[in-house]
Design a binder for this molecule. Structure first.
Ligand code: ATP
Ligand code: MG
Length: 166
């Protein structure tokens, strides 16, 4: 899935003159999951990394690194895979971090409007990660960049039923 997403994102990377480096460990355990939904997760994270890095790097484009490695039981209480998407973009101010996965929430509205988007990307990411019983961790240092990490459990667990919403 990760390699496929990197392929799908090729035109986006090219347009922004950004580079994406993949570092995928060879010993990843198989994960139960919905590959279409997970494609959305990693596609959105790469899209954000490229889109917001352009605010800092302009036509030069940013540098995005996506890594994946197996995690020992001790890290998240069970075996799994941790995928990180790291950019060297403008970062996100600390006060915005807790609200980023709310629907339609955009940090720094003026700048975000210029970039384009609806503010749904991370809400979708969070939703899909939760349905896979995973974890989403977003760390950022203003001026330096952002790291989004998705951890997914390797164990086969019953899917979380979709929540009905009005
Ligand atoms: P959409 O994804 O729907 O096109 P969006 O990118 O604005 O729109 P999200 O992906 O949910 O929405 O991101 C929410 C906000 O978080 C963004 O508006 C942006 O302010 C901030 N953000 C997300 N990822 C990054 C990043 N890698 N670097 C800097 N800011 C980011
Ligand atoms: Mg987005």
């Amino acid at each position: 899935v990760l390699r496929q997403v990197a392929g799908f994102m090729e035109p986006v990377l090219e347009k922004a003159s950004a580079t994406l480096t993949l570092d995928i460990a060879a010993d990843l355990p198989a994960l139960p999951g919905d590959s279409g939904q997970l494609t959305l997760v990693f596609g959105n994270l790469i899209d954000n990394a490229v889109k917001y890095s352009a605010l800092k790097h302009g036509a030069a484009g940013g540098t995005v690194v996506m890594t994946a490695h197996a995690t020992p039981d001790a890290d998240f209480n069970q075996p799994g895979v941790l995928v990180s998407v790291v950019d060297d973009g403008p970062g996100i101010a600390r006060e915005h971090l807790p609200r980023l996965t709310e629907r339609f929430y955009r940090a720094d509205k003026g700048r975000a409007r210029a970039v384009g988007g609806t503010g749904l990307g991370l809400a979708i990411v969070k939703h899909v990660v939760m349905r896979h019983r995973g974890r989403l961790l977003i760390d950022s240092v203003e001026g330096e960049g952002t790291t989004c990490r998705v951890w997914l459990p390797a164990a086969t667990l019953a899917a979380v039923p979709a929540r009905r919403s009005a």
